[in-house]
Design a protein around this ligand. Sequence first.
Ligand code: SF4
Length: 335
Amino acid sequence: MRAQESSVNLSGPAVFARVRHDWRREEAEALFALPFNDLLFHAQSVHREHFDPNEVQVSSLLSIKTGACSEDCAYCPQSARYDTGLPREGLMPLDEVLKAARTAKEQGAGRFCMGAAWRSPKDRDIERICQMIEGVKALGLEACVTLGMLTDQQTRRLKEAGLDYYNHNLDTSEEYYSEIITTRTYQDRLDTLERVREAGLNVCCGGIVGMGESDKDRAGLLMQLANLPQHPESVPINLLVQVEGTPLAGTEKLDPLVFVRTIAATRIMMPKSRVRLSAGRTDMSDEMQALCFLAGANSIFYGEKLLTTGNPEAERDKRLFRRLGLRMAGIYADA
Ligand code: SF4
């Protein structure tokens, strides 16, 4: 469907000029169907209203507990259900976590994200995580964790320890979700997000594309995120990294320009959020990443590894930033 042929009017200021929480499915789908140049023009215009267009926030990510997860997320090498050859590791000692945080800071990261492969953490785990958060904060970094589903009490404890952000992705549209995960529901995800908000934490929440979903699903994911009572402060958009042994290995690759369109629609629908290029950057050319920045991406994960998959080395990122005249945003630079 092309936007010009649809009954949705995308020309009015209501669509592009304000923060909205009432996106209709047809409007989101019509954004994806705009001519590429129009979509990028609108996205870049919205981006310039709210952000310095040449500044990119940089986060660093560390897997603090790897593998042996009881969930069945079809994209994930950390699920105990798939044989991917990934070594299983228990919760990392505090001193090793803080050593990695120091290195991340030296390389220019402003936020340090720690990921643990759990369905949900135990209370005794939370106390160890809180020590990590306190240590990361003492280094002058923002702290983010992703630990799975949380109770009210755990969420409050993390906030008390000084946590800035909690990451919990919706992954895909509500309709496509059961194709990807069967061990927890979409509503479980939304409930955890609500708890995180109630505790006063910032939310990092996005999804993954390239999992065989349609444009409708990509639009559906963004509609869910944009219609939350408050937009997530960070919206990571991941490109599926296909890992041998997971059910999604061998999925047809996503057209790179569809990925760029997804970034542009994210920028338009959540104008004040940091839109983050996350997993899958290793497979992206510099030119594709440049288009993503033009479409409104303004955050990246930086460093050699994401949770378990590769990430462009820091030097390649620095070269790309120089070529594009981009700067790394300072600490606490989020709008
Ligand atoms: S994405 Fe998270 S919850 Fe799902 S299998 Fe991987 S580690 Fe477990």
